[in-house]
Design a protein around this ligand. Sequence first.
Ligand code: SAH
Ligand code: SF4
Length: 368
Amino acid sequence: MTQLIYDLTLEEIANLLKDWKEPAYRAKQIWQGVYQHLYESPDEFSNLPISLRKKLAEEFTFTPFQVRTYLDSADGFTRKTLFELPDGNLIEAVLMRYGDPADNPQIKTAAPYSKNLRGARKRRTLCISTQAGCAMGCVFCATGQMGFKRHLSSGEIIAQVLYYARILKEANELVTNIVLMGMGEPFHNYDNTMTAIDRLNDQDGFNFGARRFTISTVGLVPQIRRFADEKRQVNLAISLHAADDDERLAIMPVNKRYKIEDIIEACKYYVEQTGRRVTFEWALINGVNDTPQVAKKLASRLKGLLCHVNAIPLNPTAGYAGRATNHERAILFKESLEQAGIPCTIRMRRGIDIQAGCGQLAGGSLSA
Ligand code: SAH
Ligand code: SF4
């Protein structure tokens, strides 16, 4: 069995090379080839002797999945790719382009964030998966409707990023943000997710700043606390979607285990530990969680917490009868929250025409 090269640390590669009786500096060359030059085949390592390239090809996999299909949104700004893993499982990852002149002027462009991105005005956000399927069963979610298949390895998470980074590189562009909001619950696959982030963060490699990642979780309390203790600079988003335990339980089975109050307490702890603001995700479902009354209740629960609410109209899915809120109701919800002192952003739905909602493409394909 060959190993996926992105599953290895630099040290592990160095140890292998030692076994192969190669000079130590070769490990760094391989690392830089993979994470800086974005080579995806041993043939591209022109600085390595042919014999070593051959060995790399024998021992390692560079492409852990096949592209099963991809879809571009009608406006051309969003691409969603469905990958097939060797065991037949499907995962998806989305590229969202923001900040182009023709794009929606309401969307702010990102500030340059690091030396090697100085001057970059365009936001290039990747939404990647951490699991095939998901065990959490949120009723409105296409991935939840599909059930849990398996965890992704750190290398399989990384490979999604490198896939798009290569596409962007051809257009002389860079990935600027990575959100772990594709298929799966990142905190259910905690170690592999953090390992992937750390590896992409490596300054001698992909050098992607921790603050440019956002993890979204369904609200697994012990993991939120662990994340807080680790004092990571990664942004944290919590999928709340309801201000009342019974209402949350009706759409999110995980609420049986972790109550809203426990989640908010864990978020308070996170803010204390890190000084960072928490984001609450809110899928606006018509008549279910989009009323001013719900907004007021939510505001009273979040009072005093350094946070803001990211609301997005529900993306309708085959397995759930709920409908998206309309524009007027969304604005009213936002205003009610803000009047009560909680900042709120209404996010644009992106790539709706390409089923870019979480798990929608893989779910559709599985049932086809
Ligand atoms: N499992 C994690 C991350 C993946 S889901 C989590 O739940 O947070 C990413 C976001 O998409 C979450 O906020 C989730 O609640 C939301 N989401 C899932 N299905 C959706 C839908 N049909 N419409 C709108 N948002 C949805
Ligand atoms: Fe899983 Fe997140 Fe979908 Fe819930 S919303 S089923 S946690 S992927």
